[in-house]
Design a protein around this ligand. Structure first.
Ligand SMILES: [Zn+2]
Length: 157
């Protein structure tokens, strides 16, 4: 996908994640939307830097890049949520576009799933919105799963 689609996806996800985390529609929710949305947008824009540095869909579209951003907060205590932007960028590229990603870079084989459209397709924006809705649905399940699954009753003898 192009930068426009990635930016739209990231803004919708960042705002959506903030609301999903804190669905209170008050000042705390607004604070959390900012806390999540800005790092997610930054993370979503990072992988396509390989259009200028390295090889596009390879140099920063891989598991090492995701791992660095996932580990960074654990080591340095900042850049929380940036990895979510990187992961959702990969998801949008995989599900929304016909070209794959070199997950195991520097091994250059690109992997993809057989869905998606070209970046120049008139369907790129609608597909982006569908993938974004899917990602937000996954986020709802991940964040609220403990509330959605009834507790297993204790065994009685
Ligand atoms: Zn990309």
């Amino acid at each position: 996908m192009n930068e426009r689609e990635h930016a739209l996806n990231a803004v919708l996800l960042g705002v959506g994640l903030g609301v999903i985390i804190t669905p209170t529609f008050d000042a705390e929710m607004v604070r959390n939307v900012g806390m999540v949305a800005i790092p997610v947008v930054l993370g979503a824009l990072f992988p396509d830097l390989d259009t200028s540095f390295g090889t596009h869909r390879q140099t920063f579209h891989n598991l090492l890049t995701l791992g660095v951003f996932a580990a960074f907060p654990l080591v340095y205590g900042n850049l929380h949520y940036v990895w979510i932007g990187v992961l959702t960028h990969f998801t949008l590229d995989l599900l929304g576009n016909v070209r794959g990603l070199a997950f195991f870079y520097p091994y250059s084989e690109e992997y993809d799933v057989p869905v998606g459209v070209t970046t120049s397709s008139r369907w790129a924006l609608p597909v982006t919105l569908v993938v974004t809705a899917f990602e937000l649905g996954v986020a709802v399940v991940v964040v609220h799963l403990p509330e959605l699954v009834p507790a297993v009753p204790p065994l009685s003898v």
